[in-house]
Structures are given as C-alpha cells and as structure tokens.
Design a protein around this ligand. Structure first.
Ligand code: SAM
Length: 228
C-alpha cells in the first residue's frame, strides 16, 4: 500500500503524460479533464478524505484514464474504468501500459448501466448534461448505487468572469451545493459532505468553442452514501 504522500508536482507530471482523447465527440461531451483539476480532485479524495489509498475505485466515464490512472498512481488497491467509447478505452489501455499500471486497472467498454457491485470510491467527471439533458444526473444515480464515497464534478451555476477570476486566484474555494443536487443526492440515498469550487480549463475542441482556451467554474461534490 502507498504510504508516502505523493507530491502535487509529481502527480501533475504523471497526469500530464496521460494522453487525451484524439477525436472527442461533442455528443458524449468528451473533453479530457485538465491536469490541474484532476490533481486537485485526486488530492482531495486521497489526502483530505482517505478515499483512494488501498481502496477499490471506479472511474465512471473514464475517457482515456486520467482519473483512473491517477488513483492507481496514488495507491488505490484496484481501479475499474468504464466508458461507452471504445477509442477512449483503447487509449486508456495504452496509457496504463505506458504508466506501468496495467495490472491495477480493469477497463470496460460499456454504458454506465451495465456496472454493478460495490466500490469504496467512485470518481467521475461526467458529461455535464449540456448536450444530453440530465446526463450528469444519470451518472450521479449510478455512482451512488455502486459507491460508498463519490467525487463528482459538475458545471457551476456561477458563470460570471469575476467569479472565475477569484477562483483562479484562490485555486480552490469551499462553496454551497445547488439546491437541485442537494435534493437529488438525498433521493439517491446520499449526503453531500462538501463542495469545492475550482476552474476547469479545456482547449478549443469543438466548433462551438469560440476561444483558444475555455475556462469555466466547476464544483467538486464530495458525497457519502447514507443508506448502505
Ligand atoms: C467529460 S468526459 C470525461 C472523461 C474522463 N473521465 C476525464 O475526466 O478526462 C465524459 C466521458 O463520459 C463518457 N460517457 C458519456 N456517456 C456515457 C455513458 N452513457 N456510459 C459510459 N460512458 C459515457 C464519454 O465517452 C466521456 O469519455
């Protein structure tokens, strides 16, 4: 089991070598999580809450494996990554071989509906539901069905520039849950423990992106299942 705390810089270096999706589909909202957001999310899960090291971890909608492999790198016992897209899964496989973490990672090409079982921790950067309404809710529901501790990224309702600027300056801020997610999570048998706001940066990927880099506020929901 990984005992030593991995430095943030080492985790960032590791994650920067995980190749992003070469041909992302807008319909599946296939943007790869940026290195800084992935590092913050994994750090919070591993070192603020103790939910990675020695744990079974599921990455729902794993894409090319940044969160899944980051969890394996930090010392998860076993990691499962699942994605509906076979190109993403093939690249996640390649990334796991390159990172010498192949034996820790099980990869599945499938819709999230097919996964059953019990995981200590679920990490997810789901589609935000911009293209397909409520895609994020489907992911949350599934995460709470199979996981005890859920770390889920969602687009913030706060969109103004000054909020994004303040977040960028502070890196991470504690914020409040949206009333919608609060009641949705409760209905799914979970309880929100904390919400961390941060800025996500994605490169120009889709034709509807107007800038070279797109920056927006996201909220990391830390959720615990209460009806075990
Ligand atoms: C925002 S991307 C995140 C990818 C990766 N987790 C990351 O953070 O870099 C969302 C991922 O969910 C996958 N996805 C979308 N709908 C899905 C579904 N119904 N079942 C499984 N995966 C799905 C997409 O293919 C995509 O890789």
């Amino acid at each position: 089991m990984q005992k030593r705390v991995i430095r943030r810089l080492d985790l960032e270096l590791f994650l920067s070598q995980i190749e992003p999706h070469p041909s992302p589909s807008p319909g599946l909202e296939q943007y790869t999580i940026d290195v800084s957001t992935a590092t913050t999310m994994l750090y919070i899960a591993a070192y603020n809450y103790g939910d990675i090291i020695g744990k079974s971890v599921l990455d729902l909608g794993c894409g090319t494996g940044r969160l899944a492999l980051g969890a394996a790198f930090l010392g998860a016992k076993q990691v499962v990554g699942l994605d509906i897209d076979s190109i993403a899964i093939k690249l996640a496989f390649k990334n796991s071989v390159k990172a010498s973490l192949r034996e820790k990672l099980q990869l599945i090409t499938a819709d999230i509906d097919v996964i059953h079982g019990n995981f200590d921790t679920v990490l997810q950067n789901p589609p935000f539901g911009v293209q397909k309404r409520k895609a994020d809710c489907r992911f949350l529901e599934k995460a709470l069905e199979v996981g005890k501790h859920v770390y889920s990224l969602h687009k913030s309702l706060q969109k103004n520039r000054s909020y994004v600027k303040t977040l960028k300056a502070n890196k991470v801020l504690i914020t409040s849950p949206s009333p919608f997610f609060e009641s949705f999570v409760r209905r799914c048998g979970g309880e929100i423990k904390a919400v961390y706001a941060m800025v996500m940066e994605i490169p120009h990927m889709f034709s509807f992106h107007k800038k070279v880099r797109h920056e927006f506020a996201v909220d990391l929901y830390v959720i615990e299942k209460t009806n075990l």
